[in-house]
Design a protein around this ligand. Structure first.
Ligand SMILES: *Cc1c(COP(=O)(O)O)cnc(C)c1O
Length: 392
């Protein structure tokens, strides 16, 4: 049976009149960039997470780049991350001239597996090629086992970046993601499909004053107006120095104002996502799918709701189920194609079979629509459509 309805997207922002008013008031103000809104947005991030510093930038990709630079990643170094992530979590290593390698996932949480990490670190230590930076990605918003990852990275002297692009508003061991207890830097994304949006945007959070100062430089050309960072006294009111090579990764005032307005609703966004996840769990019971496992240490931001098909129990293929859902107006997606199988990474020597748990996950996973304004009727439609396709 064909259901006639507009496509239900897999993710979608919510923009209220307050959001619009906030952006319009910036347009009528004196500052479109480098005004008061960016620091105000950064304060909402430090207030929410308890981190000491937050640096807003124009994307999470930029945040990952300046995070790696501040940690001193460069040529001859290695960055490790999970294969099940967006390419940006790995590309930041390449931007710095470092080499990238991966650690397979835990088949239950789909996050980087601490046991696999322990084994790989022991091998790398013996071979004298330990990574300098590990990027831990909180997939779907569920926190990695950060206590274990932190313990291992401390032992080997490895810096940790949390890619929390999916996880703002979530908690780990009862504390907000982004508080930096188990990492050097945490990165958020504010792309419209994520939990909070600034259209494009990202942020890097840290408790370390020196890392924050470095990231501030890299965000804006390597230029400073702070005399303490200069090689000679200021020549006058116009004076600045470029003391390093940076970029223009600044966020605009329009974006930051939208972010401030959205952050006021973050807690509601995440509780709405939890209500949706509970309803999906119930609606999907009895279907030949694996619903997301939630580790008791994690209160997920629930950016994504990923199911895995029990392919042994159904007669159609993963690709067929996906295609039929799309045909019937269900905007499913797949997060993610394992990064090591991308042509750009294959050219570095990676192959199918390198990370079997990640590849098995990829063969079965489908992201169902998940956005905080999703209605019960939409969820019922998604699951009814899936049930028909699976013949369950
Ligand atoms: C979205 C995303 C990014 C990149 O975010 P942008 O803000 O689009 O640059 C990085 N890592 C992960 C895990 C993401 O989901």
């Amino acid at each position: 049976m064909k259901r006639e309805a507009a496509v239900i997207p897999y993710g979608k922002q919510e923009i209220t009149q307050d959001d619009i008013d906030a952006v319009v008031s910036v347009l009528k103000s004196d500052f479109l960039t480098q005004g008061p809104q960016v620091p105000a947005f950064e304060r909402t991030l430090t207030d929410f997470t308890g981190a000491k510093h937050a640096l807003a930038v124009n994307s999470a990709t930029s945040a990952l780049h300046i995070a790696c630079l501040a940690l001193g990643l460069g040529e001859g170094d290695w960055l490790w991350t999970t294969p099940v992530t967006f390419v940006a979590s790995a590309n930041c290593g390449l931007y710095c001239g470092a080499q990238v390698d991966f650690v397979d996932i835990d088949p239950r949480t789909y996050n980087l597996c601490p046991e696999a990490l322990a084994t790989k670190l022991a091998e790398a230590d013996a071979a004298g090629r330990l990574p300098k930076v590990l990027v831990a990605v909180h997939l779907c918003g569920q926190a990695c086992d950060m206590a274990a990852i932190h313990r291992l990275c401390q032992r080997y002297g490895i810096k940790v970046i949390e890619d929390a692009s999916h996880a703002i508003g979530g908690r780990y061991q009862g504390q907000p993601i982004g508080d930096g207890r188990y990492s050097d830097i945490t990165v958020f994304s504010f792309h419209p499909v994520k939990i909070v949006t600034t259209a494009e945007g990202g942020a890097a959070l840290t408790n370390d004053d020196e890392l924050a100062a470095k990231m501030a430089l890299y965000r804006s050309h390597g230029i400073t107006r702070d005399e303490a960072l200069m090689t000679e006294p200021s020549h006058g009111g116009w004076y600045y120095q470029q003391v390093d090579l940076g970029y223009n990764y600044r966020m605009t005032e329009l974006q930051a104002a939208l972010g401030v307005s959205q952050m006021a609703r973050l807690t509601d966004f995440v509780s709405a996502r939890h209500a949706l996840a509970r309803r999906y769990d119930a609606l999907l019971a009895g279907l030949p799918v694996v619903v997301p496992y939630q580790h008791p240490d994690s209160y997920s931001g629930l950016h994504l709701y990923v199911i895995r098909l029990k392919l042994d129990a159904i007669s159609c293929s993963h690709a067929e189920v996906f295609a039929q859902l799309r045909e019937q107006g269900i905007g499913v997606n797949l997060h993610y194609i394992p990064v090591h199988t991308q042509p750009h990474y294959r050219a570095m020597g990676f192959n199918n079979g390198d990370f079997p748990h990640a590849e098995q996950y990829y063969a079965e996973a489908i992201s169902l629509p998940m956005f905080h304004t999703m209605t019960e009727a939409q969820q019922v439609t998604v699951v009814a459509t899936l049930r028909d396709i699976l013949g369950a």
